[in-house]
Design a protein around this ligand. Structure first.
Ligand code: SF4
Length: 218
């Protein structure tokens, strides 16, 4: 996995995404203007023997693309890690920077696409190229039984990756779909500030879903 993650970090296969991730890293958000942004592809992290994979679409522009770790340093991470901690799946309720001591329990976190795309919309060639990395990650993560997808675009990417008929797999929060390899894909709202503020998702609902998944693997 270490070798794979090195390859991911050095990848420059998608010119549009390389340009975009570097542009964000140079321009920066005002509140982070004194920081050096990561500005490269962001590999997965967590427990390599995990049974649960959490999959986002891609690193966030000023989250993962800044800190070098997925779901780290932004408000989505704030919500997600509070919930993971309360579900006993993480050792701390926050994910702030890459050396903050965070440890995941029975969880690995990755993204379908390792580089931040403009408007959160990768094109199909970019997704296809990056699926090669996802395939290799899944090869090393041999115990994965459940894949919790965060947000509709991540869910759709996951359905595409596993070649599940789109008409049979609609994005409905909490719904499960089984892959040909007998892995369970679970749809979940993205823990974005917008979804939290509009109460589409709340801490209790998220913790209940995480605990339900956790209980399946006890
Ligand atoms: S999206 Fe994936 S394949 Fe494309 S440059 Fe980034 S790491 Fe490479």
């Amino acid at each position: 996995m270490e070798e794979l993650n090195k390859k991911i970090t050095n990848c420059k296969k998608c010119p549009r995404l390389v340009q975009f991730r570097e542009k964000i890293a140079l321009e920066k958000r005002k509140q982070f203007k004194n920081e050096v942004y990561w500005g490269k592809p962001v590999p997965g992290f967590g427990d390599e023997n995990a049974e649960i994979l959490i999959m986002g679409l891609a690193p966030a522009a000023h989250g993962g693309n800044r800190t070098g770790r997925l779901f780290t340093g932004d408000r989505s991470a704030e919500f997600l890690f509070k919930c993971l901690f309360n579900s006993n799946l993480a050792n701390q309720p926050s994910s702030i920077h890459i050396r903050d001591g965070l440890k995941l329990k029975n969880i690995y976190i990755t993204a379908a696409l390792k580089c931040v795309p403009p408007f959160d919309k990768p094109n199909s060639d970019e997704l296809k190229s990056c699926f090669n990395f996802l395939k290799k990650e899944l090869h090393y993560l041999q115990n994965i039984k459940t894949i919790l997808t965060l947000g509709k675009i991540a869910f759709d990417a996951c359905i595409k990756f596993f070649q599940i008929n789109k008409a049979e797999a609609k994005f409905i929060h909490g719904e499960e779909y089984i892959t040909e390899t007998n892995q369970r894909i679970v749809a979940c709202y993205h823990p974005s500030p917008r979804n939290v503020n509009t109460k589409r998702i709340n801490e209790k609902g998220m913790v209940d879903l995480l605990k339900k998944i956790h209980d399946l693997h006890k």
